[in-house]
Structure formats: C-alpha cells, structure tokens
Design a protein around this ligand. Sequence first.
Ligand code: ZN
Length: 78
Amino acid sequence: MGKYKTPDQLRESIKQNRSRLENCSKHVFIKNEDIHTYIPRYTCQNCGGSVGQAEKDYYEIGLKHGSKEAILRQVYSK
Ligand SMILES: [Zn+2]
C-alpha cells in the first residue's frame, strides 16, 4: 500500500479502477511484471484497469462460455 498516503486516496484509486474496468469494451489482461509480489496482478491493455488472478481467470472462463453459448444459439436458431 506504499503509494497511497491516505485511506481516501486508496478508496479513490479503487473507484477509478472499477470505473475503468466497467467502461471497457473487452479486456486484454497482461501480467504486471514490474510488481514483485507473490500474488500476481494483471493490467488490461485497453482500459488500464487492474485485477487479481481470480478476477482474470473468471473473466476468461466467462468469455469462453459466452462464446460457446453464442455459437450454440446460432446453430439451434436455424
Ligand atoms: Zn479492459
């Protein structure tokens, strides 16, 4: 938490991050190699939003399931 001076700054930073993520059309997460922690963080190349490992994994699972469902819908609607 070194880069935040006050709890308000931390809260504001979380709010801005959430807003970036919510307004993004499609995330492309890249691992943050410059942050040396045991818990990896990922930054979206489109919106600049930052997430943890579990959020990234579930987002990608959701994309995969969503696209399969979209394909099935196309097949069965004919
Ligand atoms: Zn994004």
